[in-house]
Design a protein around this ligand. Structure first.
Ligand code: SF4
Length: 132
């Protein structure tokens, strides 16, 4: 139980980091700025950034800022609407680490993805996305 809530906390933070990176768009954002906003240590923040990089969601680029090396995070895929990623199941998925195109858990047979796409499509048809 405690393990689950810890994992949910990590997943929630990962989602928040990704959302902030996406909000900065193609310009990207320095890791240190994000960690300040989210009140994270650079060690914990870097773990989340590496997690997003491994999933192919962000690019992590080493840059020199005021004489110090740091990383700039840029989204690799920009959603049309920020809102559209808030409910994306992969961001908070508890089996994400086992999920791969050729894995035992795979997006090709994932019901969560199917349900999410159906909901997004229904929202789109009702004009919900136009209001955001
Ligand atoms: S595709 Fe499905 S199983 Fe894989 S990470 Fe996304 S929600 Fe999880």
């Amino acid at each position: 139980m405690q393990q689950n809530s810890k994992q949910n906390g990590v997943l929630d933070l990962t989602s928040r980091v990704y959302k902030l990176v996406v909000e900065h768009g193609k310009e990207g954002v320095l890791q240190s700025e994000l960690w300040k906003k989210l009140n994270l240590t650079s060690r914990d923040g870097s773990r989340l950034a590496i997690r997003l990089e491994k999933r192919g969601l962000v690019k992590r680029e080493r840059v020199l800022d005021n004489g110090r090396w740091t990383y700039k995070l840029t989204p690799l895929r920009l959603p049309i609407q920020i809102k559209s990623i808030e409910q994306a199941p992969c961001i908070t998925c508890e089996v994400e680490s086992k999920c791969a195109p050729n894995g035992v858990v795979t997006p090709y047979t994932c019901n969560k993805i199917v349900e999410w796409v159906k909901q997004e499509f229904a929202s789109y048809n009702q004009g919900d996305t136009a209001a955001t």
